[in-house]
Every structure is written in structure tokens, then in C-alpha cells.
Design a binder for this molecule. Sequence first.
Ligand SMILES: [Zn+2]
Length: 254
Amino acid sequence: MLNDEDIERYARQLVMAEIGEEGQEKLLAARVLVIGAGGLGASVISALAGAGIGRLGLIDGDTVDISNLNRQFIHTTDMRDQLKTASAAHFVAGLNPEIGVCVHEGQFNAQNAEQLVSEYDLVMDCTDSPTSRYLINEICVTHRKPLIFGGAVRTDGQATVILPDVPDSACLHCIFPRSEVDYDQAPSCAQTGILGTTTMMVGAIQAQEAVKYIAGFGDLLTNRLWIYDGMSSEVMIVDTKKDADCPVCTGAGR
Ligand SMILES: [Zn+2]
């Protein structure tokens, strides 16, 4: 049941027929793991905390650097050298003290992945490392956890939704087969650059898909890749397909 403060705080989304009290209760009951509290994470964490996702899990082993602050707007100059997770938790407490934040120490890795993912209903991939992305995808497929992927560089971004319980849902590996490119050699944002507006755009789409998934409305980006070209401001949606020979999800969700 929503209390008086909830009704006031979430008034602008409660009034939406797609959400209403029932949807808001689902949002407040949801447990979402946000992997990465950098550019995409900042956008996702702020949007999910504002929307009233009841429990947010945060994992990121990095500390706040001044070069992060052109885009990671949940962190502030006075949080320099603090852990990003601590800085993010501080931000969430200020924005919406009702949200339960669980800070997980260190980086997401093969040792802690299964335990972490099993504690949440939905996973947000806000990392910038291909190795982490493929690990997150594998663990989510194995544990049948919905995963919302986002990627951003310079002025461009991509996002998609992977639902391992849906039989034909393409996983990250189906969409971006690892063998095609040596992803570990892909250039980082430090080399190619990134605008704060790009991570805001992509993180906003990821968070919106999360709210839609949890509250249960709209058409998700399952089997569709959202591609944003910030140079032209054009958005393209490309249909994606489960790869019958995918080494990650073949046999999963069937
Ligand atoms: Zn696959």
C-alpha cells in the first residue's frame, strides 16, 4: 500500500493509467542490480531512484575522478577519490530516501557474478568493458534474469532488452557474436571520447525499459536494437534474432 508521501512523490506517474497505484507498488517492490556507476549508471541510477525502484544494488570498484564529471552527474566534485558506489548511494539518499541501496564491494566478476545476480529481479548493464558485458549476459541467461543492455561512445548509443524466459529472445552474444571482433581491444571512452548527453540518452532508454518491464506496460526492446546517432539525432531500431547456434543461449529459455 502506498502511503501519503508516496502518493505525493509519485503523483506524476501515478496519474498515468499505465502505472497507477498497482504499477507503483510493483516499482517499489522491485530489486534492480545496476552494474557500473559511471556514465550510463549515473543516468540509470538517478532515473530508477526517482521512479521509486524500491531496492537498488550498486557495484563498481572505481573511485570518482574529476574527468568523470562531464557526464556522471550523480557524482560531485567534493566526492573526488570516493568510491563511486558510495557517491551514488549518497546521491540516491538525497533524491529519494525511501529507496533501499545495497552497495556491493569491488568489481563485478566471475567469482561474485552468480551470487549478485541471484539477489535481484532485473539487471542493468552499465559497464564499459566487453569482458564484463559478456559475463553479465552469460550469467543472466543462465539464471534467467532479465537484462537491459546499453552502450555509449562519443555521440552514439545502443540499447536492447534480453528476456531469457522468452523463448526467442536474442541474447547479447546473438546480437554481437564475440568472434567477429576482438572486443577486448575495442577503444575505450578515454580514447574516443563521450558526451554526457549521450550517456543521459542511453541510460534514460535503459531506465525507461526497466520501468516498463517492472510495471508491465509498453513494447520492450526485446529482439530490437535501439541505435542512436547523436550527430544526426536520428534513432534507428533494428530487429535482432536469436542465433540458433548461439553458444550462450541455445537451449536456454525453452
Ligand atoms: Zn544468444
